[in-house]
Unconditional design. Sequence first.
Length: 410
Amino acid sequence: PFGADVVPKAPEDPLFGLMAAYRKDTFDKKVDLGIGAYRDDNAKPWVLPVVKKADALLHSSPDLNHEYLPIAGLAEFTSASQKLILGADSPAIASSRVASLQTISGTGAVHLGALFLSKFYHPAHNPNPSVYFSAPTWANHHQIFSNVKLPIATYPYFSPKTRGLDFDGMLAAIEAAPRGSIVLLHACAHNPTGVDPTREQWRQIADVMAARAHFPFFDCAYQGFASGSLDRDAWAVRHFVERGFELLVAQSYAKNFGLYGERAGCFHFVAGAGAEGADTAVRVASQLAILQRSEISNPPAYGARIASAVLNDAALFAEWEDNLRTMSGRIMAMREALRAKLEALGTPGTWNHVTEQIGMFSFTGLTEKQVLAVREKDHVYMTKNGRISMAGLNTGNVDYVANAIDRAVR
Ligand code: PLP
């Protein structure tokens, strides 16, 4: 029953194909700017010192066992995660309007939210709402939401001309979307463009979303990793909660704790600011537990225990903030270095966007042809859309990469 007409061979995931090509390359100066994972100045994975400490603490505990976690996950992890993203003094937490479940990292949180919406979000005036993504967005958003059969639409986001935000296009499309549409927003450090709205622009987005009764779904994969400040990176989410929106948040600890493979994440439903909010949160939590049970039964323990140990201890938390500043600071230094080198070379075009963009990625503006040229001639690997992972740059290769880009765009 599984002939090629029924199950055609799927194309390879472009990012994983790129990684495989990089691994095969034997050139000694090759550079990997594809992968979305932090690397230190020696191009090596970095286990955060605070994670090493938390790990040692965990393993010295005589009570450590391998029992199942509850369906909703480790309670001290989910409650600390609420405080981290919404703020410790959030009125939504104080009035019990938040329902949170531990998930399989950020991907699992996005999926749980998508599944919940596909089952329960059918407003009377728009019973089969579309979910609106930025164009472009993290490619997996398309797959996750199609899997649960939610219709997909996009809003303009990136302006190739300014290599910044197409704010007018974005706002107009959100305004034109049918009332009650779902709008997926990157909380900070937009992937793949590195372009975020300003606070004033977020306020205007919130105005339009409120006027059109749209439903916000925040994907937050880079809190603290983007600016180095956990609070600053959570500003947009907190602003929407303050405005009284009912919303969803998908939270990942992959990047900000370097816990990529441990799959630590959290999903939050925040009920609106009305008096019935606490009751709504209880009902929603009960349904989310059923969805979770049917999909993964119980979330994985290790990563959540590590994150929880740090989030719930003032001294470890402060050390984590320091580790975050190390990562975001190194990335910002690489943005400065790349821009300075390109400008010193007189590379055609403007390069201010390299330092204006934020987070793990930069949309360089290189064309597909230029991307292939730097790959073939200089063994520098980036995705075809010209996105580079800033974490792949270091003091040892930034000049080499700048020279390769310079040759390709001339
Ligand atoms: N959302 C965005 C925008 C991302 O960039 C990522 C990771 O690259 C994720 C979600 C989910 O990552 P993970 O499942 O590893 O937490």
